[in-house]
Design a protein around this ligand. Structure first.
Ligand code: FAD
Length: 323
């Protein structure tokens, strides 16, 4: 495979580059086959933030700055990225399989007449790597390669699966600032009102403590939150817990919720319905706590504790505090 000029579309959240951007650079290195690697950050004042990409091994960095890129909107970002592509002529584009990546990548693929391979969790081989993606809610895996050597390729990668390269603080460079012409927006974001939840971002957390209907009430989540605090973990939930109004739907993990792949996943008081497994079965280590020894969650758990969560979770928290 020839060297391919590759662009990584980095993503900014709450004033920081998301980890998936660094993971995308690692994937892009494999796909570029030694071709030029360009990091792109779009936003309002993102020049200094964009410079961080050098530490992960990109050759050039472009900050696309415009007041209309302060918040993500499909139209504005699509227009901005297409203007970058027009100038840079990338052969490969890599971005995160986040809500933004899922929204913008098919639109970019149509405009570029590019192949799109989405939700990639691993790449095999250095020459023309094969991309692996889960299908049927994680029950099977598909291996894909673009059909033709020529023609552009867009790849989205699932957060927390591809390992980001080592950060090299000494690698720096000059960020090129590019202005774009954004017109005729059909929608603009006036203001983003964030819930004051704080804590760790569920979709990028290394450790998740998830509760199900077994927690029995909103108060029942308190011991799980305490365990999460000790571990620096994010709290998640099954749909059963969300439907019962024990917690907010933003915590839902599964087929119709968030897809997560932490290093460590606590499944507490949840049965392990197939729709829940679709969102978490790729977690590296799964610990299940359930009072029913026949609960299906034990079939995929690496460690299982049979017992009442209201006894076990506080004990676990105390033990971990002592470590
Ligand atoms: P339950 O199945 O009721 O399980 C509760 C568990 O808690 C039981 O195993 C019980 O033994 C245990 N328990 C009870 N008390 C205690 C205690 N004191 N100590 C320890 N254990 C205890 N679900 C999702 O999670 N995510 C999705 O994205 C999702 N999408 C769906 C999409 C569709 C189209 C459909 C049809 C369903 C979807 N569901 C989803 C719902 C899914 O089918 C299940 O209904 C749901 O996951 C069940 O939630 P649960 O495991 O919390 O509840």
């Amino acid at each position: 495979m020839s060297a391919k000029k590759t662009i990584v579309l980095a993503e900014v959240k709450n004033g920081e580059l998301r980890n998936v951007s660094f993971e995308a650079i690692a994937a892009a290195k494999q796909l570029s086959n030694g071709g030029e690697l360009v990091g792109v950050v779009a936003g309002e004042s993102v020049q200094s933030l964009a410079g961080e990409l050098f530490a992960y091994g990109v050759d050039r960095v472009i900050a696309v700055e415009d007041a209309q890129l302060k918040h993500y909107t499909t139209d504005a970002y699509k227009q901005a990225y297409l203007q970058v592509f027009d100038k840079e002529k990338p052969e490969v584009v890599v971005l995160g399989h986040t809500s933004i990546g899922k929204d913008v990548s098919p639109r970019l693929a149509v405009k570029l007449d590019a192949a799109l391979i989405s939700d990639v969790i691993a790449l095999e081989g250095d020459e023309a790597p094969i991309m692996i993606r889960p299908i049927y809610s994680g029950k099977a895996f598909e291996k894909k390669q673009p059909a033709a050597e020529d023609g552009a390729l867009i790849v989205t990668i699932r957060p927390n699966n591809i390992v980001a390269g080592e950060k090299d603080e000494s690698a720096t460079g000059e960020v090129e600032v590019m202005s774009v012409d954004i017109t005729d927006l059909r929608a603009v974001v006036k203001e983003v009102v964030q819930k004051a939840t704080g804590g760790v971002d569920l979709s990028e957390a290394n450790v998740i403590v998830a509760g199900g209907r077994g927690v029995k009430s909103a108060d029942g989540f308190k011991p799980l939150q305490e365990l999460a605090d000790v571990l620096g973990a994010a709290v998640g939930a099954s749909r059963g817990a969300c439907d019962a109004e024990y917690c907010d739907y933003s915590l839902q993990i599964g087929q119709t919720g968030k897809v997560v792949t932490p290093d460590l996943y606590f499944a507490i008081g949840l049965s392990g319905a197939i729709q829940h497994l679709a969102g978490m079965s790729n977690s590296k280590v799964i610990v299940a706590i359930n009072k029913d020894p026949e609960a299906p969650i034990f079939e995929i758990a690496d460690y299982g504790i049979v017992g009442d969560l209201f006894d076990i979770v506080p004990l676990l928290t105390e033990e971990l505090k002592a470590v």
